[in-house]
Design a binder for this molecule. Structure first.
Ligand SMILES: NC(=O)c1ccc[n+]([C@@H]2O[C@H](COP(=O)([O-])OP(=O)(O)OC[C@H]3O[C@@H](n4cnc5c(N)ncnc54)[C@H](OP(=O)(O)O)[C@@H]3O)[C@@H](O)[C@H]2O)c1
Length: 245
C-alpha cells in the first residue's frame, strides 16, 4: 500500500477497544501521529504506551460532551500543529425491540452515535477548512444500509451517520477535505456487550459467531487515508464473507 499516512495527525474516538483500537495499531505501523480519545483512560494509556505514542496521546473523552470532543481535537492541533484525519468511531449498539420502550437506550444511541459524530465534525472542520485539507472518516454500519427487527434505533443512528457524511462531503468540496463512511458488518469487538436484553443478546451472540477480526476495519481505514490527496473514497461497506444480512 502506498503510504500517504506517515506523519499524518489522526484523531480516533472510541480508541479504547475494538475498531478504534485496531485502527490505532494499523495507523501507528504506517507512521501516523495519533491522538486517542475514549472514556476508559487506563485502556487508552496502555495502548498509547504499547504504540510508543508519547504520554500526551491519550485524552479522556466522552463524545456526548461537545466541549470534551473540542478539547480532544484542540489537543491534537496544539501537540502536532494540525489535524489531518478524524475517525468518528465511538458508538454503542444496545439492540432491542421498539415495543420494549428502552427510551434511555435510544437516547444514549442518539447521543453517542449521532451527536458524537456531529461534535467531531464541529471540532475538526474549522481547522481543516483553514488548512484547506483534511479527512473525516465516520463509522456507520451495514445497519446504515439495512433495517430489521430489534435494531431500528441503531439502524436509524447509522443511517444518520451516512446522511450527515454525504451532506458534509458536498459542503466541504471547496476546502479540499475528504469524507469517508465505513460500514462494517459483524466484527468481533465488545460492541454486543451494550445489549441489555438477554434474549436479544443471545441472538446477536449467535449472529456474531461468524464475526471477522477488527483488523478488517483498520485496513479499510488505512486504505482510505492512503489514497492520493485527489482521491476521495466516500463509502466502504464490508461484511464477513458468510454474513447474510
Ligand atoms: N463491531 C461491529 O460489528 C460493528 C459493525 C458496524 C459498525 N460498528 C461501529 O463501530 C464503532 C466502534 O465499535 P466497536 O465494534 O469497536 O465496539 P467496542 O469495542 O464496544 O468499542 C466502542 C468504543 O466506543 C467508545 N465509546 C462508547 N461510548 C463512548 C462515549 N460516550 N464517549 C467516548 N467513547 C465512547 C468505547 O470507549 P469507552 O467505553 O472507553 O468510552 C469504545 O472505545 C461503533 O460506532 C459501532 O457502531 C461496529
Amino acid at each position: 500500500m502506498g503510504n500517504n499516512i506517515e506523519g499524518k495527525v489522526v484523531v480516533i474516538t472510541g480508541a479504547s477497544s475494538g475498531l478504534g483500537e485496531a485502527a490505532a495499531r494499523e495507523l501507528a505501523q504506517h507512521g501516523a501521529k495519533l491522538v486517542l480519545g475514549a472514556r476508559r483512560m487506563d485502556r487508552l494509556e496502555t495502548l498509547a504506551k504499547e504504540l510508543s505514542l508519547g504520554k500526551d496521546a491519550a485524552v479522556q473523552t466522552d463524545v456526548t460532551q461537545c466541549a470534551q470532543v473540542q478539547r480532544l481535537v484542540d489537543h491534537a492541533v496544539h501537540s502536532h500543529g494540525r489535524i489531518d484525519t478524524i475517525i468518528n468511531n465511538a458508538g454503542l449498539m444496545p439492540q432491542s425491540l421498539l415495543e420494549r420502550g428502552k427510551v434511555q437506550e435510544w437516547d444514549r444511541m442518539i447521543d453517542v452515535n449521532i451527536k458524537g459524530v456531529l461534535y467531531g465534525i464541529a471540532a475538526a472542520l474549522p481547522y481543516m477548512k483553514q488548512q484547506k485539507s483534511g479527512h473525516f472518516i465516520n463509522v456507520s454500519s451495514v445497519a446504515g444500509h439495512k433495517v430489521g427487527p430489534g435494531f431500528a434505533v441503531y439502524a436509524a443512528t447509522k443511517h444518520a451517520v451516512r446522511a450527515l457524511s454525504e451532506g458534509l462531503r458536498q459542503e466541504v468540496k471547496p476546502y479540499n477535505i475528504r469524507t469517508t463512511v465505513i460500514s462494517p458488518g459483524a466484527v468481533a469487538t465488545e460492541l454486543p456487550n451494550s445489549i441489555s436484553e438477554p434474549d436479544i443478546a443471545e441472538k446477536v451472540r449467535r449472529a456474531y459467531e461468524i464475526a471477522i477480526p477488527a483488523e478488517s476495519f483498520a485496513r479499510a481505514a488505512a486504505f482510505a487515508i492512503s489514497q492520493p490527496d485527489d482521491v476521495d473514497v466516500n463509502e466502504i461497506l464490508f461484511r464477513p464473507t458468510r454474513q447474510e444480512l
